[in-house]
Design a binder for this molecule. Structure first.
Ligand code: SF4
Ligand code: SF4
Ligand code: SF4
Length: 305
């Protein structure tokens, strides 16, 4: 990513805090773990200097929004903004309490692809999709919405792909295409093999801002038995995917959180496509007051300003 974008996001964050429009800024900071960023909560203008942006901001920070009391500014990628729009549409978050700082998105990069190319860790701060379009993450390659559908501030990075320049297809769309041609049994066998690796950490479910699981936003448990079997792991994740039908915004946070690289987007993509096909091209999180065609939102609890 680039330094200018980092500086303008810091500047806008200071402005929001200085003018009392928000109580806290939720953003990204450099992490001790190589090739990754971590969430940070910033309460003072002096600490805004810790806010950072890079090509490794995989997390969808909207996952924290329902737990934050007061007014919050959030640094969000366009796909994260789509989940915020979706959360507002589902009455999980009040738009009045959130200031969205976003940017037109050049895409996030996959560290494994960069390492395979011999890119050193020292380039973490500056490496971008301009120099390494072949190292885009899989979900970024599949992305068609690289501008935020709603924002209070939109930053411009130095580099953006032109309309028809984005490297496609992604491995996940290729996988989804391949699986579509297979029989139900072959598809099931593929996923049972994949879910043999699942360690039931639930990182995928916990990383998704719009997965409410069993109703407890801190747990999000969906496993019905303590037995760790591929069939039960597959079933639990199917339940996860099904509950996101017409709501998943393809941010990729769930797949990037999986420590054993289970290809979860290969499950989300067919549902996304089917929803588009069935409901007149519907895509979630692109406009206010649009709901999943499969559900109606619960009314918002009475707000305290
Ligand atoms: S999925 Fe799209 S909006 Fe999200 S990080 Fe990738 S390119 Fe950006
Ligand atoms: S299911 Fe995954 S890709 Fe879809 S919105 Fe949730 S975290 Fe993002
Ligand atoms: S993140 Fe990966 S390992 Fe953890 S529960 Fe989800 S699929 Fe299984």
């Amino acid at each position: 990513m680039d330094n200018e974008l980092r500086i303008v996001l810091q500047r806008e964050s200071r402005r929001l805090l200085d003018t009392g429009q928000v109580d806290v800024i939720l953003g990204f900071a450099r992490s001790d773990v190589p090739w990754s960023m971590q969430p940070i909560f910033v309460f003072t203008r002096d600490d805004c200097v810790k806010l950072d942006i890079s090509s490794f901001c995989y997390q969808n920070l909207a996952v924290y929004l329902p737990r934050i009391q007061g007014r919050v500014g959030i640094i969000a990628k366009p796909c994260d903004v789509r989940t915020i729009v979706q959360m507002v549409n589902e009455n999980q978050v009040s738009r009045k309490k959130v200031k969205i700082l976003s940017f037109r998105c050049p895409g996030m990069l996959d560290p494994e692809k960069l390492k395979a190319k011999g890119v050193p860790e020292s380039e973490l701060a500056t490496v971008s999709s301009k120099d390494h379009p072949d190292a885009l993450t899989d979900w970024c390659k599949a992305c068609f919405h690289r501008e935020p559908p709603d924002a209070d501030f939109v930053g411009e990075p130095r580099f953006l792909f032109g309309k028809n320049e984005y490297p496609r297809p992604s491995d996940a769309t290729i996988l989804a295409d391949e699986l579509e041609k297979k029989s139900l049994k072959e598809r099931r066998d593929f996923w049972l093999e994949e879910f043999k690796r699942c360690i039931r950490c639930k990182a995928c479910m916990k990383s998704c801002p719009i997965y409410y699981g069993g109703g407890d936003p801190l747990d999000k448990t969906e496993f019905s038995t303590p037995l760790n079997t591929p069939a039960e792991n597959f079933r639990a994740h199917l339940s996860f995917v099904a509950s996101l039908a017409g709501r998943c915004t393809m941010c990729g946070a769930c797949e990037s959180a999986c420590p054993v690289d289970i290809r979860l987007m290969g499950l989300h993509i067919p549902v996304y496509r089917k929803t588009q096909k069935t409901f007149n091209g519907f895509e979630p999180g692109l406009a206010p007051e649009t709901y999943s065609p499969y559900m109606k939102p619960e009314p918002m609890p009475a707000e305290s300003e």
